[in-house]
Write a protein that binds this ligand. Structure first.
Ligand code: NOJ
Length: 535
């Protein structure tokens, strides 16, 4: 097999620290809790973990409001706990990615506190985007925050500061030398502590242009950026091409500088993945040019309907676009910002799609709990903590449903997650989803994931090409089957609601549904299912 950098086709397991495992009974997950469960992670067969933020934070946006990027929030532990986690992960041959948040700080960061005390025009304010109000007292422009409401907040002396997210998350000014220097220091800090790379939050947002200009349709733009908001695709595409604060040329200069830092760590093969929602899709490939970052998230499958033509189009497009810069795509079906895939497309379809996607060339990002088939948790509004729920006046339900803590063991909630009261309630209906139960059940999704990851590692990675044999434009064009070959395997998925006959020779190695039937000369692929066949 060709020797590739570790990250090239890695399977990366996303851990939301607050929801993974609570070691001290305070109802919230923590770093020692994660360390104690790394054996479980290793037994899944993944290559790396990505830790969502655990830095000092008032936690107004689940830790993406960072008050000290080089320290640990006491709710999660301390720096020694990070060292212990990295040490144990490396013993288990797991790489560790930290989540870096360069678009904004928390308003509790000492820089912002100093900026509030300093005068307009001061060096302290220059690290953020402070501007005077218009003569009529209105904010410098009409942009709407991604969490709803104006993206400007006024301070006591009348100036406004920009925040693309919550008012507690002031945007940093990347034209300011202090900002650049401080982030380089942060990168080196975590790399020197042993992390193997970074997930870069809002990687496309750092550089703003034309800050004093109004957008012609701020509400439309805000709706277009909300994936749960129904809109004609043409209208959405048109608006997304006009976002004034995303994907400016200047961001690439920042990543070129960061790449030099990563490469200076030599054979440690440091990698970084960009969270970059950009439009049109070809623009995403710029982030993975040879002298920039290593991977860029591909969000298509977080929203794609379970439908052959659509899935074929987005998968194929991603493979083709990445090939133009000699990169491989990344795939994700769930993360901490989106509805869990099992809730979005249903249990059977999500099992099938998981198996299908694990066979594709590129990296897979698996959000903890996805391997257990967790749905979104049911919550009362009074439980919700997401700022998008609060800022939209409850109009947007927010992302808490995907962030419910993991069920580990036992028959009653909170299923071993904590000895205390979990920070979000865990439904009793998750009884059958626990790690403990699924480990014992050979037909569980957990064991399907484990088997798929083992086969993937052993056989699939030898080849990075796929050949479509059935799709809306290849093969029988049945409209409900997607199939491709990759190296030693053929992967077939039936997206329809009926079982389908198929006549592909070879031994069935894995099936997302136990109901497939094989009798002489006739094979039936159940509705919403996927199989891996050895050629
Ligand atoms: C993207 C993160 O994934 C999300 O959770 C956060 O709210 C925003 N960036 C702002 O940091």
């Amino acid at each position: 097999m060709r020797s590739l950098p570790w990250w090239k086709e890695a399977v990366i397991y996303q851990i939301y620290p607050r929801s993974f495992y609570d070691s001290n009974g305070d109802g919230e997950g923590d770093l020692p809790g994660i360390t104690s469960k790394l054996d479980y992670v290793q037994q899944l067969g993944v290559d790396a973990i990505w830790l969502s933020p655990f830095y000092t934070s008032p936690n107004k946006d689940g830790g993406y409001d960072v008050a000290d990027p080089r320290n640990v929030d006491p709710r999660f532990g301390n720096l020694d706990d990070v060292k212990a986690l990295i040490h144990r992960a490396h013993e288990l041959h797991l790489k560790v990615l930290a989540d870096i948040v360069p678009n904004h700080f928390s308003d509790q960061h000492e820089w912002f506190q100093a900026a509030l005390l300093a005068a307009p025009g001061s060096a302290e304010r220059a690290r953020f985007h402070f501007y005077n109000a218009h003569a009529d007292g209105t904010p410098p422009n009409n942009w709407i925050s991604l969490f709803g409401g104006p993206s400007w907040t006024q301070v006591a002396d009348g100036q406004f500061y920009l925040h693309l997210f919550d008012s507690s998350q002031p945007d940093l000014n990347w034209d300011n030398a202090d900002v650049k220097e401080d982030f380089e220091k942060t990168l080196r800090f975590w790399l020197d502590l042993g992390v193997d790379g970074f997930r870069i939050d809002v990687a496309h947002g750092l550089v703003k242009e034309d800050i004093l200009e109004n957008h012609h349709d701020p509400q439309g733009l805000s709706n277009a950026l909300r994936l749960d908001y129904p809109m004609e695709p043409e209208k959405r595409n048109e608006l997304l091409l006009t976002v004034p604060y995303f994907d400016r040329q200047g961001v690439h200069e920042i990543y070129r500088d960061w790449r030099k830092i990563f490469d200076s760590y030599g054979d440690r093969e440091i990698m970084a993945v960009a969270e970059a929602w950009v439009h049109p899709p070809i623009n995403a490939t710029k982030y993975v040019r040879a002298d920039e970052l290593h991977q860029v998230f591909n969000f298509d499958l977080l929203t794609a309907p379970f439908e052959a033509a659509h899935l074929f189009e987005v998968i194929n497009r991603s493979l083709e676009l990445n090939a133009t810069v000699d990169a491989l795509p990344t795939w994700a079906l769930s993360n901490h910002d989106s509805p869990r895939v099992a809730s979005r497309i249903g249990d059977e379809a999500s099992r099938a799609l998981s198996l299908f996607v694990l066979a594709l060339p590129g990296s897979n990002y698996i959000f903890a709990g996805q391997e257990l088939g967790l749905p979104d948790g049911e919550l009362h509004d009074s439980d919700r903590q997401d700022p998008s729920f609060v800022r939209s006046g409850g109009l947007v339900k927010g992302r808490d449903g995907a962030r419910i803590p993991l069920p580990w063991s036992g028959d009653s909630t909170p299923f071993g997650f904590t000895a205390g009261t979990p920070w979000l309630p865990i439904s009793q209906s998750w009884q059958s989803h626990t790690v403990e139960k699924q480990f014992k059940d050979s037909a569980s999704l957990l064991n399907l994931f484990r088997a798929a990851l083992a086969l993937r590692r052993q056989y699939l990675l030898a080849s990075q090409e796929i050949t479509w044999i059935e799709s809306p434009i290849h093969g029988s064009k049945d409209g409900s089957i997607l199939a491709f070959t990759r190296g030693a395997f053929t992967v077939v998925m039936n997206v329809s609601d009926q079982s389908k006959e198929f006549n592909i020779a070879g031994e069935i190695l894995l099936a997302s549904s136990g109901d497939f039937q094989v009798s002489v000369g006739k094979k039936l692929l159940p509705a919403r299912s996927c199989i891996w066949i050895s050629n």
